[in-house]
Design a protein around this ligand. Sequence first.
Ligand code: AMP
Length: 375
Amino acid sequence: MSEFGQFNFRDEVFQGIDAMGYDKPTPIQIQAIPAIMEGKDVLGCAQTGTGKTAAFLLPILNRLCDKNVDGSKIHAVIIVPTRELALQIDQQLEGFGYFMDLSFISVYGGGDSSTWEQQKTALVMGAEIVIATPGRLLSHLALGYVDFSHLEYLILDEADRMLDMGFHEDIMTIVKLLPKKRQTLLFSATMPPRMRTLAKTILNQPIQIDIAASKPAEGAIQGVYMLEEQEKLNKIVELFSKDDVSGAIIFASSKIRVKEINTALKKLKLNVAAIHSDLDQKERETVMRDFKNRKLQILVATDIISRGIDVEGLDLIINYDVPRDPEDYIHRIGRTARAEKSGVALTFVNRKDAPNLKKIERFLGNPIFKIPSTS
Ligand code: AMP
C-alpha cells in the first residue's frame, strides 16, 4: 500500500488516489487530511503546487462515500477566484471520484444560456459538490432555488486572490446563507491582516497549517531556451565561448551527457571538470574542493548528485535538462545570487520536457522568461 495508507480512507478513495498515480502525500496533505477528517476547521497558508486541492478533496470524498449521505443534496461548496481554478479542481474531482457515484458541478460566469440552465439544473437537483466563483454563485442564489440546508463543508480556495479581486462582500453574503453548523476550510498563499480578519469571522477555532513556499533567491535571473535536443550542445559551446564565468554548474540528466559537455568545454580550453557516478568518493572530493577554491570555473554534474553539491554564490547555473522535481529547480537556482549578488539560471527545454517546465512554473507561481533564439 502507498504512503496514503496512513489515512483511514474508504476503498473507493484509495482507488481514486491510485488512479491519479499519487503514492506519497505532500506535507500539506499529511497535516490537513487528519485535521479535516476529525471535523476541524482549517486555515491553510499554502500556494498552488503544494497539493492543497487533494488535501481538502480527499477527506470530503471520503465523507461523501458514506451510504447515509443523501446524494441529491449539496454537501460541499468550494469557492474559488477564477474559472481556471474551478476547472482544475473539477478535473481532480473527475479523477479521484472515478470509482464513486458522485455528482459535482462547476458554476462560473461566461458561456451561453444553456450553460446557465445546466448550472441551474445541477443546483436544483443538488450536486453533492459545487465549485463556484462568487459572482455567478450569487446570481443563482438570488433566484432562490438553491438549498443549502444539508451543507457540511465550505471551502475558500486562493482566498487572498478573491480579496484582491474585490470579492469580500460577495463571500460574506454567501456565508450568511449557509448553515452555521458546518466545517470551513480556508486556503490562501498569503496571510495579510484582512485575511486574518476574514478567517476570524468565518472559521471556528481552526487548525492552522503553514506550508512555507520555497522561493528562488531574489537576485536570480531566470531564463529558458526552447531547443531541440540536438541543439543543446551547440548552445552550451556558444554560451561559454562568449562570456567569462567565475563559477558555473551545468546539470545534466545522464553521465553520458555530462561527459559530452565536459569534452566540448575542454576543447574551448576552459577550466572544467565533470562529476558523476563513475568517479570514486576521493575523486569527487578533489573535484569539489578545486571547484570551491575556484581552481575550476565550471562543473558539469549529473542530476543524481545535484542535491549533494554544496557551493553557493555561483554566477551561472544551467539545467541542460529540465529537473523533474520543481523543488530541485528551486534548490539549484538557490545556489546563485547569494548575498546581494545577482546570478543567472538558464534551463534548456525540448518539446518532451515542456510539461515538466509547466510544473516548475506552476510551483513558482509565474512563467519563466523564454529567451528568443537569435539564429
Ligand atoms: P495543487 O497544489 O493542489 O494545485 O496541486 C499541484 C499538482 O500536484 C497537481 O497537478 C496535483 O495533481 C499534483 N499532486 C497533488 N498531490 C500530489 C501527490 N500526493 N502526489 C503526486 N502529485 C500530487
